[in-house]
Structure formats: structure tokens, C-alpha cells
Design a protein around this ligand. Structure first.
Ligand SMILES: [Mn+2]
Length: 368
């Protein structure tokens, strides 16, 4: 997969590594991880990392970027990591390099480099670089392994997202053989400013539930303004406070914005995307969103999600009843129970099923 990429690395003496703007752990981890990998295996080469500031990930070794003159690109190889589109690359000078190469795990949108290594089955770009290192038999060091492991951990949601595969763990195992200080890493990843912890508590206190247990928060325009952190930080940034509540399978964060009410929808179990789509939105199966004109529409969307849970509840009860019936049948067949006794239980169950179904129809109304 990386043959051409590796040939390029061997061929060029100056290598400048780019990644996307507003870097996350994967962007910085793949960038610095690849840098160390090249430096550790090809001591003669000049390797630079460029781009905007590390922000939240400033704790990572090597996260302070290099100042690079325009001339450095003459005859150099520029590598772009973890970036799906050309306009998202931090520092557009990569285009002026003699040769360009990209390694990325997003869905392929457009060719932006001479050589493209694209594979959306990887949870992270760091995973791809780790794969590259293993495939080519490169020497790992503690610093390169730590950088790459950081990106694997963050882009896989701490190994929780569906994108996490056995290959993810194989490569994580390959990296952790370098005695990475994971304690220190996790402390850095989970550490939060006190102000942000307090802010989260505000949102936690606003959580409400629909009849069948959809957790939701509704943020008015006035509340958003008072918080002063911007609509995006409220809407996308705070939906997670409902993410790990026991028994909550669907949760939504509603935020009033100039363009309408932003609905950030999440689920740990169900495909909620069709509901987002029916309100003009979209996204992933378990993480999607829509923007609706007003609060009434937002509450309608909430009701649709609530009906989805009501239906799931009913299905679960139906299954229980079915299992019960099968168990009784077996008892009758083996002579453990008389037919009359079983009939009595059956008619009781039938009545209960009818009652549940009527109740459900009343709740859902004519909607489905
Ligand atoms: Mn990534």
C-alpha cells in the first residue's frame, strides 16, 4: 500500500509535513509521529512540521510547529496527512513542493497530491502510519510510538467507535511495545479546565426526558448568548454530556441559532439518521443532525424519536411474549403442563398483548 510513498521518503532529503487546520490528536499525532519515524530511520534527512497552533493538544511532544521559509519547498517532498480536501490543509504552500504525497483515512473526495494513499477502513491516520511503519519494518522509538498511539486513541473515541477493528488493536499493540506512558497520556487527554467542568454541570442540570426516555437539552438563543462560547460549542460541543447515561439510548441537543434550531442527535444503539433526513438533515447512523425552522418543529422531531423508542419497547415486549409462549408449548409437549392450563395462560397473554398494542396506537396516533 505504501510502496510509492516509501520510495518518495527515501528519495527526498527535505520533507515538510502538513495536516489539517485546527489540528486534533490524529492530525498532530500522525504529523509528529511520521517526523520522528523518518528522523529515527534516516538520520541525514531534514524533516519539518508546519501548520497552525496545537491548541488543546499542545501537551504533545513536538507540537510546536517549525518556521519554514518558502525556499525550503524547492526540491522538497511535501506530505499531507489526515486531510480530506485541499482547502483544509493548514499552510497551502504544500502545493509548491517538488513532489507531494498524502496519507488519509477520510472518504476520498478529490486528488490533491501526486501520490495518494487513501483508506477509509482505518480508524485514524495514525493507524495508517503505524501500519506503514510495521509493513516496511521501520524502527520505532518511544516518541514516534507515543505520537501515533495518541491519534489512534483520540480518533477511535478511546477505542469505542464502530471504526475500531482488530487491526486497530493489533497496531496499538505494536506501538505500546515501546513502553508508552499511557497514564500520562490519558491524564492529558481527560484533563479539563475547571471553567469547562462547571459549564458542563450547567448543561447536565438542563437535561429532560421525553415520555419513552429520549434525553434532551433545549438551549434558547438568550442562554446561548449569555454563555458566550458560540453556537457551535453549545450545539456540537455539549451533546456529549448526555452520552453515558445508563438506560438512555437516544439523546438530542437543541440550540436556537440565527438560521433556526440546530438539532444534534445521537444514539448508542439505533440508526437515527432517517429521522434527521426527514427533517432535511443527515450524517452518520448514530450521530446526525438537522436544522429546523423553530421550536415547534424541534419538538416534533423529538416526538418522532420518542415514537422510535416506544416502538422498540413494544418490539421487546412482543419478543418476551413470544418466548413465553414457546416455553409453555415445550412444557405441554413434554407433558409437564396440561393443555387446559396452557390455554388459560395463552388467553391471558393474548389480552395483555392486545392491551399493549392499543396503548401504543393511542400514543403514536395516526403517524405510523
Ligand atoms: Mn483523523
Amino acid at each position: 500500500m505504501f510502496e510509492t510513498f516509501f520510495e518518495d521518503i527515501k528519495k527526498y532529503d527535505t520533507i515538510i509535513i502538513h495536516r489539517h487546520k485546527n489540528p486534533d490528536g490524529d492530525a498532530l499525532g500522525s504529523q509528529t509521529g511520521l517526523r520522528y519515524l523518518i528522523e529515527d530511520n534516516f538520520p541525514g534527512k531534514k524533516v519539518f512540521c508546519v501548520g497552525d497552533e496545537a491548541g488543546r493538544y499542545a501537551f504533545m511532544e513536538g507540537s510546536v510547529m517549525d518556521e519554514v521559509e518558502d525556499e525550503a519547498y524547492n526540491g522538497a517532498l511535501a506530505i499531507v496527512l489526515d486531510t480530506s480536501g485541499a482547502n483544509l490543509v493548514s499552510d497551502q504552500r504544500f502545493k509548491s513542493a517538488a513532489r507531494t504525497a498524502r496519507v488519509d483515512h477520510h472518504l476520498f473526495l478529490e486528488q490533491i497530491c501526486d501520490d495518494e494513499v487513501q483508506d477509509a477502513t482505518f480508524e485514524s491516520c495514525c493507524g495508517m502510519i503505524a501500519f506503514f511503519a510495521r509493513e516496511q519494518g521501520l524502527k520505532l522509538s518511544k516518541r514516534s510510538a507515543t505520537a501515533l498511539y495518541t491519534g489512534m486513541v483520540t480518533d477511535s473515541g478511546r477505542f469505542r467507535y464502530d471504526s475500531t477493528t482488530s487491526r486497530t488493536f493489533e497496531l496499538a499493540s505494536f506501538l505500546t511495545a515501546e513502553k508508552i506512558d499511557t497514564n500520562e497520556l490519558y491524564r492529558n487527554l481527560y484533563a479539563e479546565d475547571f471553567a469547562s467542568v462547571k459549564r458542563k454541570a450547567l448543561f447536565v442540570n438542563k437535561i429532560r426526558f421525553s415520555e419513552h426516555g429520549v434525553a434532551y437539552i433545549y438551549n434558547t438563543a438568550k442562554e446561548v448568548e449569555e454563555l458566550g462560547i458560540g453556537t457551535f460549542a453549545v450545539s456540537r460541543g455539549m451533546v456529549g454530556v448526555m452520552g453515558d447515561i445508563k438506560g438512555v439510548d437516544i439523546w438530542v441537543n437543541f440550540t436556537e441559532a440565527p438560521e433556526g434550531v440546530l438539532c444534534e442527535i445521537r444514539s448508542g444503539r439505533y440508526n437515527v439518521c432517517p429521522i434527521a433526513i426527514s427533517y432535511g438533515g443527515g450524517g452518520h447512523e448514530k450521530a446526525c443532525g438537522a436544522t429546523v425552522p423553530d421550536k415547534d418543529k424541534a419538538m416534533e422531531l423529538l416526538e418522532d424519536l420518542d415514537h422510535m423508542l416506544a416502538k422498540e419497547e413494544l418490539d421487546a415486549t412482543e419478543l418476551e411474549i413470544e418466548n413465553g409462549i414457546n416455553a409453555i408449548r415445550k412444557k405441554v409437549e413434554s407433558g409437564q403442563m396440561s393443555r387446559e392450563e396452557a390455554d388459560k395462560i395463552f388467553s391471558g397473554l393474548r389480552k395483555e398483548a392486545d392491551r399493549l398494542w392499543e396503548e401504543h396506537k393511542k400514543e403514536i396516533g395516526t403517524k405510523d
